[in-house]
Design a binder for this molecule. Structure first.
Ligand SMILES: *[C@@H]1O[C@H](CO)[C@@H](O)[C@H](O)[C@H]1NC(C)=O
Ligand SMILES: *[C@@H]1O[C@H](CO)[C@@H](O)[C@H](O)[C@H]1NC(C)=O
Ligand SMILES: *[C@@H]1O[C@H](CO)[C@@H](O)[C@H](O)[C@H]1NC(C)=O
Ligand SMILES: *[C@@H]1O[C@H](CO)[C@@H](O)[C@H](O)[C@H]1NC(C)=O
Length: 600
């Protein structure tokens, strides 16, 4: 029995070690020729490493916002708005109940919805200033928005709840996106009870919306909205990510496509044509595919932007993609540069329907003249120079063109023209991205991916190669990760499921017990300290120190101390009583030498 346990323990350690990063190596898997990444280490649920918020009466934590100034994490849940301690989410600071009235609930039940659906799910939370939040809930299929004031960490609903169709979903399970910019709420959701009227709306200030036309939005699932600011305000852009049914393909089945749409915050609509409608709505197709296998991931699940950095790195959008006909259980992550997206909207050609006969329509690139200024654009410097001071001044001809041709023929292709990560057998639900500077002074992008069964994958994207450093079980039972939030300054991550919220550090370096493990993990947050003989957090250590070992690019552990070498490879392999860590280190070192020799 005892021996059995020891063996299991040994196996776990060994498997953790020999799962070296393999994503760079194309593995030919049984059924399809799709390479897949394998996490190097698996950390099962250990409540000790996580701070967890769980209360029987609270569930469905659908939205999280962070106030770094006040160290508060606000959460929207079912019938409650919560304020939690950002440094320890298990500490509740305040809660404000917000239930639907009994009448409202009865009305909802009468219209055929379930008791669970006829609740007030708080789906939208935006910070207005240090003392107030804008908040919206589904309110038993009758969406409303209101304000919450924060007085001494205490939350309090303030003011009248205003009916807000188009701002907040009716249905708690429907995907949606929203953003608050300069006191205006931008929302992408459904405008009616049945969920048949999709809309991208600006409310609270200068209201504008999309046309109810299939060319604009066709059965969309909204995923994400992001503001990209520019030094010139007129060049600010909002990007909306969604999946919709393609109008441009003819097929016996509906074909879904991933899109990115552009909107300009400076848009005021047209004067006659497109009055109270977006004049700057243009959309393009997002491509995430494995080109040589002609394998398309057409459904986008989540998107997050890694913002531009002071050191000149540009904004990158990372998206999780899957396939519409989910026979192959594969998630892909594609990265798109802001420059590519911007170029497609600035220069891409329009796609237009061409009627062949009564029943057939072919969508082709527009070849004729395009009116000026460019339809669907923002009022930028060149439009200004032509005398157009706002979208209200645009000629009818331009607005008609924009109204009828919002789709571009040019597509947005990912960086490297392929996914940065492919994972078989795992459904990714949420992602967030961090950037860390390694001891080599280069900066590295780290992806955190939440899975459908409650794991977090930490992946390093490095020079065209991606490895999954580790997977961490977040919840005691398998539940999808529904929200993921990163606070880079604190090095903390927050993840939510239907039933709980957890907090964890971006790295737990001490988990790597020996030098080889620490270095081969290629975790940008960690480095092996020779004097301390432990795996330490790299941040805060002197950059130039010769006492630290880290090798993110190629996982070269040859600088690790030689101790234990004499015990030898065979000693380990025959299982002679050597400390596992040390023996495996030797094993790996031999192996590493072999592959370096081979490579040379
Ligand atoms: C915060 O915003 C609310 C709502 O717009 C406003 O009433 C309040 O005066 C603002 N508070 C501060 C401190 O600016
Ligand atoms: C735009 O503003 C300029 C200067 O303020 C003005 O001369 C011009 O007439 C305006 N153009 C339109 C179309 O209103
Ligand atoms: C990184 O930068 C620091 C300070 O700028 C410098 O001292 C150090 O030598 C650099 N390290 C490398 C590996 O270039
Ligand atoms: C709310 O949470 C419960 C479990 O706590 C889950 O079964 C249910 O599906 C969730 N509902 C929504 C709308 O997310």
């Amino acid at each position: 029995m005892r021996q059995g346990n020891a063996l299991v323990a040994m196996k776990t350690v060994v498997s953790a070690f020999y799962l070296l990063p393999v994503c760079g190596i194309i593995q030919v898997l049984e059924a399809e020729n799709i390479p897949s990444c394998t996490p190097r280490k698996t950390v099962t649920y250990q409540s000790g490493n996580l701070k967890s918020f769980w209360k029987r009466e609270l569930s469905n934590f659908s939205t999280l916002i962070v106030s770094e100034e006040t160290d508060i994490l606000y959460a929207g849940a079912k019938n409650f708005i919560l304020a939690l301690d950002l440094n320890d989410v298990s500490k509740e600071l305040s809660r404000e109940p917000w239930f639907s009235t009994e009448d409202r609930q009865l009305g909802c039940l009468r219209r055929g919805k379930s008791k669970a659906e006829c609740q007030n799910y708080i789906l939208i939370l935006h910070k207005i200033n240090d003392t107030s939040l804008y908040v919206c809930g589904t309110n038993a299929f009758h969406p409303v928005c209101s304000y919450v004031v924060i007085d001494n960490e205490k939350l309090q609903l303030r003011g009248k709840a205003v009916e807000s169709r188009g701002s907040c979903p009716f249905e708690p399970n429907l995907k949606y996106a929203s953003l608050m910019v300069d006191g205006a709420l931008y929302s992408a959701t459904s405008n009616n009870f049945l969920g048949t009227e999709p809309i991208i709306l600006r409310s609270l200030r200068n209201p504008l919306r999309t046309e109810f036309k299939a060319q604009w939005l066709n059965e969309p699932t909204f995923i994400h909205m992001a503001l990209v600011q520019d030094s010139r305000k007129s060049a600010d852009r909002i990007y909306v990510f969604f999946t919709e049914t393609a109008v441009e393909f003819e097929f016996y089945d509906k074909i879904r496509v991933s899109r990115v749409a552009q909107l300009c915050p400076s848009d005021l609509g047209g004067r006659r044509v497109l009055k109270n409608r977006w004049t700057s709505f243009l959309k393009s197709t997002l491509v995430c595919s494995v080109p040589e296998l002609d394998f398309q991931f057409n459904v986008v699940q989540d998107v997050l932007a890694l913002k531009a950095a002071e050191d000149g790195h540009e904004t990158i959008f990372y998206g999780i993609f899957t396939q519409q006909w989910g026979k192959l259980d594969i998630s892909a992550v594609c990265a798109f540069s802001l420059g590519t997206i911007r170029d497609v909207f600035l220069k891409g050609s329009y796609k237009v329907p061409l009627s062949l006969d009564c029943s057939h329509v072919n969508w082709v690139p527009h070849r004729g003249d395009v009116p000026s200024p460019r339809p669907g654009g923002c009022i930028d410097v060149s439009a200004h120079n032509q005398g157009y001071n706002s979208s209200l001044d645009l000629p009818d001809q331009v607005l008609q063109f924009a109204r009828d041709q919002p789709l571009l023929d040019d597509t947005v292709t990912p960086i490297g023209r392929r996914p940065v990560l492919l994972k078989r057998g795992t459904k990714y639900t949420r992602l967030t991205v961090d950037r860390a500077v390694g001891l080599d002074n280069s900066s590295y992008n780290i992806l955190f991916l939440g899975t459908g069964n409650g794991y977090l994958h930490k992946a390093l994207s490095c020079h065209g190669e991606t490895i999954i450093i580790e997977e961490i079980q977040l919840f005691p039972s398998p539940e999808p990760v529904q929200t993921l939030k990163l606070v880079p300054k604190k090095g903390l991550l927050y993840a939510g499921s239907a039933s709980r919220l957890v907090q964890l550090p971006v790295a737990t370096c001490a988990r790597y017990r020996c030098c080889f493990d620490c270095v081969l993990a290629r975790d940008p947050y960690c480095a092996w300290s020779l004097p301390l003989r432990s795996c330490v957090h790299a941040a805060g250590q002197p950059r130039s120190s010769q006492d630290l070992i880290q090798s993110l690019r190629n996982g070269d552990a040859s600088r690790c101390p030689e101790e234990g070498r004499r015990t030898g490879f065979f000693a380990f392999c025959s299982g002679a009583g050597v400390g596992a860590c040390r023996a495996i280190a030797v094993c790996l070192k031999v192996w590493f030498r072999l592959i370096t020799v081979k490579a040379a």
